[in-house]
Design a protein around this ligand. Structure first.
Ligand code: ADP
Length: 925
């Protein structure tokens, strides 16, 4: 810290410093004064009156003593400003007194007539005053007075002599006096200046020191702060590491749990499926079916938990693919048709025809949210209807904000429960939970998914009235041409008069929207009686209805009865009839046909199907003479038919005895020959030892469980690939990973390990069949592709180049159904339809080839979809199934990888065309 004496005002410090200087130099001056006083007294003793000398000497001694005492009393170190001031004042008095003494010597001790002694005195006094300039420099005014008082009497004494020498001496003393007088001023000023500078420097040093101390203080504080921060940063890092570790442990745990639960579930579900395919009594079948349903419910819960944990762990990513939103909504609704029907709930879709349908986003997740909301709506509704609505809230050039609504007429939710149902594991109240079950995770997952898509979700509900769950998300708009399934009517439907007969107002509304969109003239009746009235009135006015769409269940009558009544009244019988039916009524279609119904469509109504139905009903071969009901071959029937055709040679590597049994049973059921091994090492050995078959293959496919003892599936695959490389095997063995790990990235891991495909547990027989078939036929298709390339540059027209000896196995039931459309059982319609197929399908095949070469997923999906349904209608089920695979390639934006499958499709297509032509020839013959 700076010295406090140096922090006083400069003036005070100057005073003090002056006093200190004087006090320091004065004792020497006093001693000198006393010595000179003695010397002068002694020298002049013989020449001057002794009284004068004594008086003078006493005076000088007294003054010196007084001054000495004053100096003694001044304690330089402790003196305060007042003491300094008083010292300075009395010091000046002392100096003046001394000056007076010296002046008195010049006046009274001036030796008369003795020039030598006069000169001695003058010399002494001159010396005294010269010395005083250095001693009394700090007190300028006192010094000047001292010089005047001490020398003036001496000069006067010289002048009194009045002779020349005295006048010269007097003048010299006077000049000397004037010189000293000025010198006093110069000395004083330079002294003051250096003192001022010194003090200013001192001040500066003080300030610097203060600043330095401040800087040191701040430095200390900063150091403390930094060390605190460093500590908290390292604590944070530690916490983060722990959290990351915890998340890793959690996801690992989840993956393991998922595996552990899915593996036995695989056994339960698979074995039940097999069990249900054996001969069972009705009761046993019911029990087995209950096991299957419970197993599926449990699996759904496991999937929910897994999904939720994935979201929590930040592992769930939103995809961005182009998709058809209308189709997505309609497919989702179709999925629930049966369960809604079982509860006698009306399921209605409101996706206005004019709404855009092509978007880029995550269709899987949107479907998942919709499925959750619709499943809840069905669960919590006992009567009434469920309406699913899609509307555009906002639209820009690139994107649209869409609002999805699922409105039900169910139990509703109390106001105070509405806020918490979107939280995880929360349900509205205990009683509904007991009645309906559930985990309380569904809505929490929906909310997280919507948030991941930057949207919002909510509910409006009134107890016992119903709930409307909604969510809105922004999606990038894509050109409609990027998806297929758009309804651009080939047939001009404008002006066609249509009557809709339906007891449900919402259904009537939807139909009104859809039909009006094609400019049809829409009328509606809410009952059979109304409908009859309308139809008759129309006929009377000459405005008959071209088409009548009848709901199967009307408030006052059965829809089929109404159809019969219409067809039996000749005035109105010309109208063509479409039946709106439910899934479980399909066994009655024969009756409908007899009642004069041309076409039926299942509810919920899909726009594409409605368009197909309307145009079929109105087409030439439709009404009047005959009808053309839609017939579809169910997927299950396809699978069943195909299941016995595989006959692959399969190596199965699996350690779990239940899964081993299950897979063996399924594979045997599929007509495969199987070699089973218990771990990866045995799998490698089995491959190395197996003989080559005529296709130069050891096995058609290897099903490789990922987690096995001794050597797991990944290591085994690496070893097999290495073995293949070492032994010059050209075609890699198809290795399908079979795993219960459903976590993100598992598929990639399998493919990275060199596996060819991936099958997730639990799997059904259908999935297993599909995957085995896919891989066992690869070399057939390769050979075929090579042959094709050789034979023709362009694949089209296929029929012309087809070899007549390849015939597809057609489902004759489907063909006969078409034939049955004409009462005379003739081939007219079949010929027409086959003709259309043979003309149009090669175009679709061309598009598929183009899509595969250019990697255009959408083109592939759309073309494959069209070819699939056309082929299925003509009983070409294997071709339909292959097209479905192509559709999947397209949907997954992986058209490029479809080349192999496309090869088989071309091959099969050729066979189908041959078989169809033969069919026509046979019948014609
Ligand atoms: P849960 O598996 O229990 O159905 P959700 O998260 O899907 O879980 O739903 C949470 C709760 O919200 C349900 O338990 C139910 O109380 C209420 N809830 C959801 N949807 C509806 C609905 N449509 N009508 C009435 N209550 C509903």
């Amino acid at each position: 810290m700076p010295d406090p004496t140096t922090t006083a005002p400069i003036d005070d410090r100057m005073q003090k410093s002056r006093a200190d200087l004087l006090a320091r130099s004065a004792p020497g001056a006093l001693l000198f004064t006393i010595a000179l006083t003695a010397l002068i007294s002694a020298v002049l003793w013989p020449l001057v009156a002794h009284t004068w000398i004594l008086a003078w000497a006493l005076y000088m001694g007294g003054v010196s003593l007084a001054r000495y005492l004053q100096i003694r009393s001044y304690a330089a170190a402790t003196a305060d400003a007042d003491a300094v001031r008083s010292f300075n004042k009395w010091f000046v008095v002392g100096v003046l007194s001394a000056g007076v003494g010296w002046g008195a010597a010049g006046a009274f001790l001036f030796p008369p007539d003795d020039l030598v002694y006069q000169s001695f005195l003058s010399f002494i006094l001159a010396g005294i005053t010269a010395a005083s300039v250095t001693v009394y420099g700090p007190v300028k005014r006192a010094l000047r007075l001292f010089v005047l008082v001490a020398l003036l009497p001496l000069a006067a004494s010289h002048f009194v002599g009045a002779d020349q020498i005295h006048i010269v001496m007097g003048a010299a003393v006077t000049c000397y006096m004037i010189f000293l007088y000025h010198l006093a001023s110069i000395m004083h000023e330079s002294l003051m200046r250096s003192l001022t500078r010194r003090f200013e420097n001192e001040d500066l040093i003080n300030e610097l020191q203060v600043a330095k101390h401040l800087a040191e203080d701040t430095n200390q504080k900063l150091k403390a702060e930094i060390s605190i921060r460093n500590r908290s940063a390292s604590e944070l890092m530690e916490a983060r590491d722990k959290a990351q570790q915890a998340t890793r442990v959690k996801s690992d745990f989840l993956a393991t749990m998922s595996h552990e639960i899915r593996t036995p579930m695989n056994g339960v579900l698979g074995m039940t499926e097999l069990l249900m395919n054996t001969e069972l009594t009705a009761k046993q079948y019911r029990f087995a079916d209950t096991i299957r349903r419970s197993g599926e419910a449990l699996l759904a819960i496991i999937n929910d938990i897994l999904d939720f944990s994935k979201i929590e762990a930040g592992k769930l990513e939103i995809q961005h693919t182009v998709f058809d939103l209308r189709q997505l909504v309609e497919d989702t609704m179709a999925f629930f048709a049966e369960s809604a029907h079982r509860k006698k709930i009306e399921l209605v879709t409101m996706y206005p025809p004019e709404e855009h349908a092509a978007y880029r986003g995550d269709p899987q997740r949107i479907r998942q949210i919709l499925m959750n909301l619709i499943a809840n709506a069905i669960k919590f509704t006992d009567r009434g209807e469920i309406v699913v609505k899609v509307a555009t809230l906002q639209q820009s050039e690139e994107s649209s904000t869409l609002k999805f609504e699922v409105a039900d007429t169910g139990v509703g939710i109390k106001n105070d429960h509405q806020g918490r149902i979107f939280d995880s594991f929360q349900q509205a109240d205990g009683s509904t939970t007991r009645k309906f079950g559930g985990t309380g995770l569904g809505l929490a997952i929906c909310r997280r998914l919507v948030e991941l898509m930057h949207g919002s979700i909510g509910v409006e509900s009134r107890e016992n009235v119903g709930s409307t769950f909604w969510f809105s998300i922004e999606l990038s708009t894509m050109p409609e041409s990027s998806i297929s399934g758009q309804i651009k009517p080939d047939l001009d439907l404008s002006g066609i008069r249509v009557l809709v007969v339906d007891g449900n107002e919402t259904s009537r509304d939807i139909l009104k929207h859809q039909l009006s969109n094609w400019d049809m003239k829409f009328h509606a009746a809410s009952s059979a009686a109304h409908a009859m009235k309308y139809l008759k009135k129309g006929a009377d006015l000459g405005k008959t209805f071209d088409l009548t769409i009848i709901d199967h269940q009307l408030p006052d009558s059965d829809g089929v009865d109404l159809a019969r009544r219409i067809k039996s009244d000749s005035a109105i019988a010309d109208t063509r009839l479409i039946m709106l039916s439910s899934i479980d009524q399909l066994d009655q279609t024969g009756q409908w046909y007899l009642a004069g119904i041309e076409v039926y469509i299942n509810k919920p109504i899909r726009q594409v199907e409605l368009y197909d139905a309307v145009s079929n009903a109105l087409s030439e071969c439709g009404p009047g003479s005959t009808s053309q009901p839609q017939r579809r071959t169910s997927k299950k029937a396809l699978a069943e038919k195909q299941s016995h055709e595989i006959g692959a040679h399969v190596l199965l590597a699996e350690d779990n005895p239940v899964n081993k049994e299950l897979a063996r049973a399924m594979l045997e059921d599929l007509g495969c020959t199987i070699v089973v091994v218990g771990d990866g090492r045995e799998a490698v050995e089995a491959i190395a030892e197996a003989p080559l078959d005529r296709k130069q293959r050891r096995y058609d496919v290897v099903l490789m469980d990922c987690q096995m003892p001794r050597m797991d599936g990944f290591e085994a695959t690496l070893a097999i690939r290495q073995w293949e490389a070492d032994n010059g095997e050209d075609t890699p063995l198809p290795i399908v990973a079979v795993t219960a790990n459903a976590m993100e990235g598992d598929r990639d891991r399998c493919l990275a390990a060199g596996m060819s495909d991936y099958l997730s547990k639990p799997f059904g027989r259908e999935q297993l069949a599909k995957i085995v078939k896919r891989w066992m036929t690869v070399d057939v298709e390769m050979t075929h592709l090579a042959k094709q390339r050789e034979q023709k540059r362009s694949a089209l027209p296929v029929r012309e180049n087809s070899s007549a000896d390849v015939l597809a196995d057609l489902d004759h039931a489907a063909l006969n159904n078409i034939r049955a459309l004409l009462r005379d059982g003739s081939n007219a319609i079949l010929a027409k339809i086959i003709g259309m197929y043979l003309t149009n399908s090669p175009i679709l095949l061309g598009k598929l080839q183009e899509a595969a070469v250019s990697g255009n997923g959408e083109l592939m999906r759309a073309s494959a979809h069209s070819l699939k349904s056309a082929s299925a209608n003509l009983g070409a089920s294997r071709l339909a199934e292959l097209c479905e695979e192509l559709e999947d390639f397209g949907r997954n934006d992986n058209a490029i990888s479809s080349l192999a499958t496309l090869g088989i499709v071309e091959f099969e297509f050729e066979a189908v065309c041959n078989a169809l032509s033969l069919e026509l020839d046979d019948k014609a013959a």
